[in-house]
Design a protein around this ligand. Structure first.
Ligand SMILES: NC(=O)c1ccc[n+]([C@@H]2O[C@H](COP(=O)([O-])OP(=O)(O)OC[C@H]3O[C@@H](n4cnc5c(N)ncnc54)[C@H](OP(=O)(O)O)[C@@H]3O)[C@@H](O)[C@H]2O)c1
Length: 285
């Protein structure tokens, strides 16, 4: 038996797996494209041949795929459902509060204990002091998993028994970041359009201000090596817009960001750092 199984080995699922292995945990992994398991097997992970085999291998399964619809598709097969009674499922794919509210009764109805998690940090922060991961739902399940989940970041926190709390805080956190980088990049094109250089622009921000992180790719004119690229940030903006529509609040802010990032994707910048949005903002549409 392993300590924990992971479904989904994209960049984030793989980072979660590495952090667990580095802290001595026995991990079983499964991914739709099996090749992504190979590097993790070399580090000591076991590779399961199916979702059912992965769930059977551990008392806890952590899911980190593109969205909740994928999670449901993976777990609703008969041979997986039959493994769920008594099993702890931890969802770490990003979703809206409504996604969390729909997932909880499904898992609980099939006998599982369910935690809804949210990752409020980038891949480099996983397993470090900067790793902020929130969980809501079944408090006892969290307490049981805490030693495992703590490996993913020192900011591991239980935020409440209302299943939607972690996802709500995630949407709010993403909103602040989207507004921050969009404002900073619009500021950069204001400066460039008026002949003010980027060094002078960044000098108006305090030394420890996040603006310096966002401006770095522009200063170096290097938009590569993205741990979270335009596609990832556009997905986050669209999810915030979805949340707004689900509850009837204004979606204007995330719609604006998603519109700019969609145009960046269409122009071929999808795999670049989000700073590539300046290439869209430099010209009137
Ligand atoms: N990357 C970040 O910086 C970051 C930060 C915070 C939160 N997150 C969240 O973490 C989750 C995973 O993100 P990610 O960056 O690893 O990449 P991602 O592109 O969001 O997800 C990739 C994973 O989803 C799987 N997948 C997609 N469609 C599938 C399907 N129909 N059936 C089975 N598996 C499917 C992929 O399998 P294949 O390999 O077979 O395609 C891969 O394992 C997302 O919900 C994301 O929002 C990511």
């Amino acid at each position: 038996m392993s300590d924990i199984s992971i479904l989904g080995l994209g960049p984030m699922g793989s980072a979660l797996c590495r952090a667990l292995i580095e802290r001595g945990r026995k991990v079983t992994v499964w991914n739709r494209s099996p090749a992504k398991a190979e590097a993790l097997v070399k580090l000591g992970a076991d590779s399961a041949v199916s979702v059912a085999a992965a769930v059977r291998s551990s008392p806890v399964t952590l899911v980190c795929v593109d969205n909740y619809q994928t999670t449901r598709a993976l777990v609703q097969a008969h041979d997986v459902v039959s493994q769920l009674p008594g099993h702890i499922v931890v969802e770490l794919s990003t979703g809206t509060p409504k996604d969390a509210r729909e997932a909880e009764p499904w898992f609980v109805g099939h006998g599982a204990r369910y935690l809804d998690g949210a990752i409020l940090c980038g891949i480099p922060a996983i397993g470090t002091a900067r790793g902020l991961l929130l969980y809501s739902g079944d408090r006892k399940a969290f307490e049981r998993c805490r030693p495992l989940l703590a490996a993913l970041g020192e900011g591991t926190r239980f935020v409440g028994e209302d299943i939607a709390t972690a996802a709500t805080l995630d949407m709010a956190w993403l909103s602040r970041i989207a507004a921050e980088y969009t404002g900073i990049y619009h500021g950069a094109v204001i400066c460039q359009s008026e002949g003010v250089n980027l060094d002078l622009y960044s000098s108006v921000f305090p030394e420890n201000d996040g603006a310096h992180f966002w401006l770095e790719p522009l200063k170096k004119n290097d938009f590569g090596n993205a741990t979270a690229d335009v596609v990832v940030w556009n997905k986050a903006a669209k999810l915030m817009a979805k949340q707004a529509r689900e509850v009837g609040i204004s979606s204007e802010v995330p719609d604006l960001v998603a519109d700019i990032l969609t145009r960046a994707e269409m122009a071929g910048y999808g795999r670049e750092r989000v700073a590539a949005m300046v290439k869209i903002l430099r010209q009137a549409p």
